[in-house]
Ligand binder design. Sequence first.
Ligand code: NAP
Length: 247
Amino acid sequence: MNSNNRVALITGSTSGIGLAIAKKLASDGFIIAFHSKKSINTGAELTKNYINSSYTQADLNNEKEARSLIKAVIKKHGRLDVLVNNAGSSKTIAHSRLKEATPEIWREQYELNVISPWVLISEAEEVLKKSSSIECPSVILNISTHASIRPKGASIPYAASKAALNHMTKLLAKTLAPNIRVNAIAPGLVDTPLSKNWDAARTLWNENSPMRREAQPEEVAQIASSFIDNNYLTGEILIIDGGLNLT
Ligand SMILES: NC(=O)c1ccc[n+]([C@@H]2O[C@H](COP(=O)([O-])OP(=O)(O)OC[C@H]3O[C@@H](n4cnc5c(N)ncnc54)[C@H](OP(=O)(O)O)[C@@H]3O)[C@@H](O)[C@H]2O)c1
């Protein structure tokens, strides 16, 4: 695919799934706007390896920094064609331990998984529409989780906030069409730094999932690339979990 100098911002692209998506989109011909919360050195190193790319640091738990991220990307690149809302973090809290899922954790997860994607999308709407055409609409892709659909996940606040992200995906797909397509990918367990201590999940995937293993980030990135490449698909949430949802 030749993306003709189109620019893709992938939030949380110094690690895991976001990094794999950034690498795949770079190989598809996109100019990459890297971003992360604190891994500034990794971001700076990445820009050396990807032509015309940029890196911006912003804590997406902070509304002001979220707004300034889009402004910084527009200032650096002059356009935006694809926004991937991927940044995320999550601490494991057993679902039965209600008091451990404090209102503070609920607010943190809601801010990162719902409000910050909303702020980024609303800040980017105008510039995404500007670079859109009937043949090639601009794209928003949200990275959700299988736990947004099934009663699973690292914690209830994490799963429930991602469920809100799914509904926002569908509402915005209807609202922003035909200029901007909006979809989501809902991975099961993926081998990344975030999931390195999720031993119970790893056992579940190895023993119970039809594919008998977790996903590699590149396998999620391949789907992301196809979703971005297809100029018709909108309002979809795809589970990629090696078939665990069938069990
Ligand atoms: N791994 C899985 O099994 C799995 C499964 C389903 C869904 N997901 C989802 O996939 C996405 C990526 O996860 P991952 O596993 O690839 O995680 P990861 O390897 O830990 O990478 C997370 C990225 O997000 C950034 N980030 C974290 N908190 C941030 C904040 N407050 N503001 C800005 N950036 C922030 C990190 O930046 P720094 O490194 O600088 O902090 C990093 O670049 C998340 O939305 C996660 O919920 C993951």
